[in-house]
Each structure stands twice: as structure tokens, then as C-alpha cells.
Write a protein that binds this ligand. Structure first.
Ligand SMILES: Cc1ncc(COP(=O)(O)O)c(C=O)c1O
Length: 387
């Protein structure tokens, strides 16, 4: 029996951290430290440098050097207002909507990146590249790049049209957008060999690789100049690091294992396969991706049934096609394609709710299978959310 009343919504779609885990009190402490000093307040409330608050860049560089066991300096760090906004910044400075021929996105893709590319003038130029077991299908990418380059030469597309002059130090012919570590949605991590090949290919074809590596750093709640000064204090007094180590990691570890254990107990026996390729015991990001059994309809239908009948929200494969690329949908809908998959998040809910959500999903799978066996159609369950 589930501890969550059956009428309550369980949302395994939402990729958000749960508010009870926020480091509110240490943020307050950081803010107090800044705002009770006249000199520091003056620096915090005035315009900051374009590249971000220098002390925060230094403290982040120190923190990352320690975590990754490397030596890095503030010169490689800039403070932005989030991964999404920064993607837009990158496109504004390093691409030209005419000269830049294509934007490649690993599919299934982080769907909210598509409108950012489109808003920057790339509608119709997005193209999916299948994810492979190692992270990205390099040969597919190479062939598509070759074709795109031949087309650009035929069109005499040889120099930037809109972005030229000294404000634009480098404009790329292509962008390759990847989430290489604990990808959203698939949870996969690209292996070292593929990363090297990807960089080699990017150099060969003058492509900018945008690595949206939120799974191994952080996103959301991004700092303005004022909040940068608070976050810097949190890093310097080690409250943020302690919060991550003592609160976030243990809680997320438990939630992740609760999800995995429950899936193994009730979903795998129904024929579900876990797609994420992380070595056993290593987890990150917020999501796992699961493949539904062959005899079930597309994941978007299963997700609609889950929502309508069980008040359970899950993200489904069709959401992760690359917008404007008909090939992406075709590949997604092929046998073994990614539209047969669901994405589940373990970050938002408590363990009991996660387990209750998985039990609901198991019921949905059994009931859908039963409907299918009885020859009932799914016409009433075709539309939900986007795509
Ligand atoms: C791959 C990826 N990129 C970007 C974001 C959003 O980042 P931000 O909130 O910093 O804009 C997310 C959030 O889930 C994400 O998964």
C-alpha cells in the first residue's frame, strides 16, 4: 500500500531540486556579511565587471580545482545568469544566423535548448545526431557535417554576414550542443574516446562544441551581480561545500537508490529496461531514462494514461526530439528509438513519493498492456503537454 493518497499528484517529470534542500540560511548569512559592511554593499550594489564578480570567480576556481583535482584559475571562469541564458550569450557572440550552417544536438535532446537556438535565428537549422552507447554517433555527425559543408560551398556561404568586425573575434560554421555528463534526458555519460573524437571533428569542421554540463555543476537560481557577492561568502566560509556534502549528496543518493531499487523490483519484471549507462553505483544529474517493453504503445500515450488515470507526471520521448528536424522524429519513432522511453526525475520528491510514483507507473504499464491485449484503441490518450 502506498503512503501517498491516490488523488495526490506525483510529479516525476519536474527536474527541480526540492525546496527543503535549499541552502537558505547560509545564503542569508552571506547576504548579511555583505550588507552589514558599507564598503562591501557599495561594491555589491554597483555595476559589476562583464565577466562576473572577481572574488566569486576566484573562489569557484579554487573549489573546482579541489573537486576535480586540477589547477584552474579565475581566468577560465565567468559568472552568468544560468546555463540557458549563457547559451544565448554564446550564440550572440560566436554564431551568425546565416553563415553558421547548422546546430547539431544529440538526440534525445534537452528540449528547452531548442527554442534558445530558434530565438537566435536558427529555426530550421537544428539537426539531431543520435546518441550512441558511448554518448554520440560520431560517424553520423561526420557524414552530416560533410553534406552540410558541401551545401554551404555550393551556396557560396563563405564569410559571416551579420556578425563581422572586431566585436566578433570568432564566428563558427557549426555548433554542436552536447550534455556530456549525466545527459538530460538519457542520463548517459560520454566516454573519453568519444569526447576526443568530438573535439577532433569540431576542429576539422570549424564547429563550436557547447558542453551544457549542468549535471556535473549546477543550474537554476543563478546569480546576479548582487547575489554573486553572497554566494562568494558561502564558498569562502565553506558553508556551500558543507551543504552539498552533508545535505544534498546524502539525500539525493537515497532518492536515487529508492528509485532504482523500486524500478528493479516492480518495473524490470514487466519488461522495462534502464537506458542510462552509468557504471553501477555512480549517479548524477537528476534523471533516469527507461525503455518501455515492445508490446506497449509510444511513451507519450503511456504518459497520458499515467496522468489521466493515476495523477502521475512523467516526461516522454517525443518531448526530446530536435525541433524542426523531421529526421529526428523518424529516428525517434523507429524500433528501439527514443520515443519509446520515459524520463523520471528523482530530485523533486521525497523517497516515499518516488516509490509511490514507480508503483503507479507499474500499474499504468500493466493496465496499458491489458488494454492493448483486449484490442482497445488509445485514441483518447493521444495528447498531453508539448509534442
Ligand atoms: C541540460 C540542461 N541545461 C540547462 C538547464 C537549465 O539551466 P539554467 O536553469 O541554469 O538555465 C537544465 C535544467 O534542467 C538542463 O538539464
Amino acid at each position: 500500500m502506498s503512503v501517498v493518497p491516490s488523488g495526490d499528484v506525483i510529479n516525476l517529470q519536474l527536474g527541480w531540486p526540492s525546496p527543503r534542500l535549499f541552502a537558505g540560511s547560509s545564503l542569508l548569512q552571506g547576504a548579511t556579511e555583505v550588507l552589514t559592511s558599507e564598503a562591501q554593499t557599495a561594491k555589491a550594489l554597483i555595476y559589476g565587471p562583464h565577466i562576473g564578480h572577481t572574488p566569486l570567480r576566484e573562489s569557484i576556481a579554487q573549489w573546482l580545482s579541489k573537486i576535480y583535482n586540477v589547477t584552474t584559475s579565475k581566468d577560465r571562469i565567468c559568472i552568468t545568469n544560468g546555463a540557458s541564458a549563457n547559451l544565448s550569450n554564446i550564440l550572440q557572440k560566436f554564431t551568425d544566423p546565416i553563415y553558421t550552417r547548422k546546430i547539431f544536438m544529440v538526440e534525445p535532446t534537452y528540449f528547452l535548448a531548442c527554442p534558445i537556438f530558434e530565438d537566435n535565428g536558427f529555426r530550421g537549422k537544428l539537426e539531431g545526431v543520435p546518441e550512441s552507447a558511448e554518448g554520440i554517433d560520431i560517424e553520423f555527425l561526420r557524414n552530416t557535417l560533410r553534406m552540410a559543408e558541401a551545401a554551404a560551398m555550393a551556396e557560396q556561404n563563405k564569410s559571416p554576414k551579420l556578425k563581422s568586425g572586431k566585436s566578433y573575434v570568432k564566428v563558427y560554421k557549426y555548433v554542436i550542443y552536447v550534455v556530456p555528463t549525466f545527459a538530460n534526458p538519457s542520463g548517459k555519460t560520454m566516454d573519453l574516446e568519444s569526447r576526443k573524437k568530438l573535439v577532433g571533428l569540431a576542429r576539422e569542421f570549424d564547429a563550436l562544441v557547447v558542453s551544457d554540463d549542468v549535471g556535473s555543476s549546477s543550474s537554476g537560481g543563478a546569480p546576479s551581480h548582487l547575489t554573486s557577492t553572497f554566494v562568494d561568502k558561502m564558498l569562502r566560509n565553506h558553508h556551500l561545500q558543507a551543504h552539498i556534502e552533508r545535505v544534498l549528496i546524502p539525500v539525493y543518493r537515497k532518492r536515487y537508490h529508492a528509485l532504482m531499487r523500486c524500478m528493479m523490483e516492480v518495473l524490470l519484471p514487466l519488461g522495462v529496461v534502464i537506458e542510462s549507462n552509468a557504471p553501477t553505483g555512480v549517479a548524477g544529474g537528476f534523471f533516469t531514462y527507461i525503455r518501455l517493453p515492445e508490446d506497449l504503445p509510444a511513451a507519450k500515450i503511456v504518459a497520458t494514461i499515467a496522468w489521466r488515470k493515476k495523477h502521475l507526471r512523467v516526461a516522454f520521448g517525443h518531448m526530446f526530439t530536435v525541433s524542426g528536424d523531421p529526421g529526428s522524429l523518424i529516428r525517434g519513432e523507429q524500433a528501439q528509438g527514443f520515443t519509446k522511453c520515459l524520463r523520471l526525475c528523482w530530485a523533486w520528491h521525497e523517497e516515499a513519493e518516488i516509490k509511490a510514483g514507480v508503483l503507479r507507473l507499474a500499474d499504468v504499464i500493466s493496465e496499458t498492456r491489458d488494454m492493448s491485449r483486449r484490442g482497445l484503441g488509445f485514441e483518447d490518450y493521444m495528447t498531453i503537454g508539448i509534442r
